[in-house]
Design a binder for this molecule. Structure first.
Ligand SMILES: Cc1cc2nc3c(=O)[nH]c(=O)nc-3n(C[C@H](O)[C@H](O)[C@H](O)COP(=O)(O)OP(=O)(O)OC[C@H]3O[C@@H](n4cnc5c(N)ncnc54)[C@H](O)[C@@H]3O)c2cc1C
Length: 306
């Protein structure tokens, strides 16, 4: 369970409280606020606070005096125009603050996104919980043979059982030793800031992570993508669902222009023009490298064949 009964009661108490406000409220986000959205075996994402909605993006773009809404169709057209033309600052007017519980090795990838504000649980001050990410059987995969930075077929049978046993035993032993080193019964007890160094990278940490919508979309484009590691991708996908409820028009534009769209180089555009005129362009005549051509072909392949 990602949260204890006590933590759940605290969250429910907070969800029960409401206050009148003149501020913008996004109904879809209100429904999500504070709730725990489980991710992986012990992790979660929950929204702690947010600012703005679709109308706030338009309000900023128009530098309006009031709410800035003309009509939903106007707002939708404007938001799609802003997204299409990389006019990013109006999206920065919306902010969101998440509480995330995640394995340390996922946090290492996540923290590379420098445009957020982060405050992490202190393992110098507090003792970490005995919670480790152990992959579900279908996420326990072999090294990919075609992609050095990826995974291939799922491990099966004895090998899968052996790997799971190693992961669980090592994590358990490291945590036992962590507790033994911290203990003050008959010994001084090692400092928390030192005892933690022997813990494996699949132990869970937590942080508050605040980001504006423009930079959040950048994070989601990279981390909800199929090239991102599964363990961070599932967090990004959960956040995508939350953002779709928060700013549905902006999310749809993001989905259409960023997730579903591609950037094509000058030579690639030239090839498309030649192909449209009926020329049978090959890698050799394309002016592109083998790698570029492979990616170009993948872009042109019907969706199911990518
Ligand atoms: C599939 C995948 C594989 C990866 N593999 C590796 C790897 O093998 N090794 C590795 O080290 N990293 C790797 N990364 C991390 C990657 O290189 C980026 O560091 C990470 O995705 C954060 O991207 P970002 O800098 O654009 O994001 P952010 O830090 O959120 O920044 C957003 C944008 O703000 C601007 N910006 C932010 N800070 C600065 C700054 N100081 N100066 C100038 N502009 C700035 C840039 O335009 C940037 O794109 C990988 C990422 C992905 C998605």
């Amino acid at each position: 369970m990602p949260v204890t009964e006590d933590q759940l009661a605290e969250i429910e108490a907070q969800r029960a409280e409401t206050a009148p406000t003149r501020r913008v409220v996004a109904e879809g986000m209100e429904a999500r606020l504070y709730s725990v959205h489980p991710v992986l075996d012990h992790g979660f994402v929950r929204v702690v606070d947010y600012m703005g909605d679709d109308a706030a993006i338009c309000q900023a773009a128009r530098v309006s005096y009031g709410r800035g809404t003309k009509a939903v169709s106007n707002d939708e057209g404007l938001i799609r125009y802003l997204m299409r033309h990389w006019h990013s600052t109006p999206f920065e007017m919306c902010e969101v603050k998440f509480h995330v519980k995640l394995p340390v090795f996922v946090a290492r990838q996540w923290i590379r996104h420098r445009t957020a504000n982060v405050n992490e649980y202190s393992a110098r001050y507090s003792i970490l919980d005995r919670e480790f990410y152990i992959p579900a059987p279908d996420a326990l995969a072999a090294q990919s043979t075609v992609n050095n930075q990826g995974r291939g077929e799922v491990l099966e049978g004895e090998e899968a059982a052996r790997v799971l046993d190693i992961l669980k035993t090592d994590a358990g032993r490291c945590y036992d030793n962590y507790e033994a080193m911290l203990g003050q019964d008959g010994q001084k007890g090692l400092a928390r800031e030192l005892a933690r160094m022997n813990l494996p990278a699949n132990i869970y940490t937590q942080w508050y992570w605040k980001c504006d919508l423009h930079n959040l979309f950048h994070f989601l484009r990279l981390r909800a993508d199929s090239h991102a590691q599964y363990e961070i991708r599932v967090y990004a996908q959960t956040i995508c669902e939350i953002v779709a409820d928060w700013v549905p028009l902006a999310y749809k534009a993001f989905e259409d222009y960023r997730i579903g769209g591609v950037n094509l180089s000058g030579p690639a555009m030239d090839c498309i023009r030649r192909m449209l005129k009926g020329e049978a362009v090959t890698q050799e005549t394309s002016g592109m490298s083998k790698g570029e051509w492979r990616e170009f072909e993948a872009v042109l392949a019907p969706t199911g064949e990518r």
